[in-house]
Design a protein around this ligand. Structure first.
Ligand code: BYC
Length: 318
């Protein structure tokens, strides 16, 4: 293809984005658009799958049958989100095996938040309330993103995340209104998950390398800092409502801005976790690689069964 032809295609592509048209898998797209989507969507899928581990840790220790059923369902939802997102990413021409390989070898990232340990039952409340809460704020705009398969997957994901956020908040509310020991558990979980949840929304704008281009493609509608501020403004009144204290002495309502001012985020900690040196990075990858290896016989059996069925149908047809 000549340079001029590519320029024409790019102009048509940009005009489609401008008109808020969806880009579909077989449509022409710039190589950078394809690669950026593979990066973000596969990282998102990995985050869902790795995100099952910290909560999976508590399924057998949930305090009642009702709590166990709800947690089990939430973790299953996360597996589902991972699967829609891997399938949507495959439409861009990368295989699932390649994506898994990138995760297992540390080439692909997943969300920093899942490298923190879940020490008590209250962490199930804090994850639902804060982590799913931050995820919704980040993901609702993705329902309108320009790449069709990603946008459509996100509609269902967001509906389920809203439910997760509410069930997490309900766990926190019950603990906060319980015995002094239960309230302490809830406060301790909030203390440990607050700052990592703010970091989860990505580096500060001046250090974000992808925001500018992703905004042009409408892959991002708001910057990391804007989403972070939205999350804080939404969550502080919820903590007040249940009588818990946000662990930030500098948190203060700013009348002029109509938003909360907040204290400094420890960005060194964030980058350490992103680079693989968080409290649980090694454990998480070990669990994923182990699950992949141990599941080999299941994949082989499923393939052998599918092949047998296909042969049977072929023999019937001839
Ligand atoms: N952790 O230029 P930037 C969930 C990386 S799962 C690790 O701002 P971008 C849930 C970033 O990848 C939630 N790495 O990047 C599941 C980039 O490095 P690369 C997951 C991070 O892409 C179970 C570099 O830093 N959500 O909801 O414009 C239970 C520079 O950053 C992080 C999604 O994946 C991080 N936190 O913006 C409960 C949503 N932040 O790739 C809940 C979709 C940044 O150049 N993703 N980095 O090597 C996004 O919206 C964007 O990718 C981000 C980052 C906002 C995360």
């Amino acid at each position: 293809m000549s340079e001029e032809q590519i320029k024409n295609l790019e102009a048509q592509f940009n005009a489609r984005i401008e008109r808020d048209e969806k880009i579909e898998p077989k449509d022409w797209m710039p190589e950078k658009y394809r690669k950026t989507h593979i990066r973000q969507m596969s990282q998102h899928a990995h985050s869902e799958i790795v995100g099952m581990l910290p909560e999976g840790n508590w399924i057998t220790r949930a305090p009642s049958l009702r709590r166990k059923v709800a947690l089990l369902a939430k973790v299953q939802d996360e597996a589902g989100h991972g699967l829609y997102l891997y399938s949507a990413t495959e439409t861009l021409g990368i295989s699932r095996e390649e994506m898994y390989e990138q995760l297992h070898t540390g080439k692909a990232k997943y969300s920093s938040i899942f490298n923190y340990p879940t020490l008590t039952w209250a962490d199930m409340g804090a994850i639902g309330w804060l982590v799913d809460g931050a995820a919704i704020i980040n993901q609702v705009p993705l329902c309108n993103t320009s790449y069709g398969p990603y946008a459509r997957a996100m509609i269902r994901v967001c509906k389920e995340e809203s439910f997760h956020q509410r069930q997490g908040f309900e766990i926190m509310m019950k603990l906060a209104k319980g015995t002094p020991e239960q309230k302490d558990l809830a406060q301790d979980a909030l203390n440990r998950w607050w700052w990592p949840s703010l970091m989860m929304l990505g580096p500060k704008d001046e250090e974000s390398i992808h925001t500018e281009q992703s905004m042009k493609w409408k892959l991002k509608r708001k910057s990391n800092d804007d989403l972070r501020q939205q999350f804080i403004d939404q969550t502080v009144p919820q903590a007040d409502l249940i009588g818990l204290t946000i662990p930030d002495p500098e948190l203060k309502w700013n009348k002029e801005r109509g938003s909360y001012d907040f204290g400094p985020i420890n960005w060194d900690e964030f980058w350490q976790v992103v680079k693989g040196y968080g409290p649980c990075n090694k454990e998480r990858i070990k669990a994923r690689v182990g699950a992949w290896k141990e599941g080999e016989w299941v994949r082989d059996a499923a393939m052998a069964y599918a092949e047998k069925q296909a042969n049977k149908n072929f023999n019937k047809a001839v």
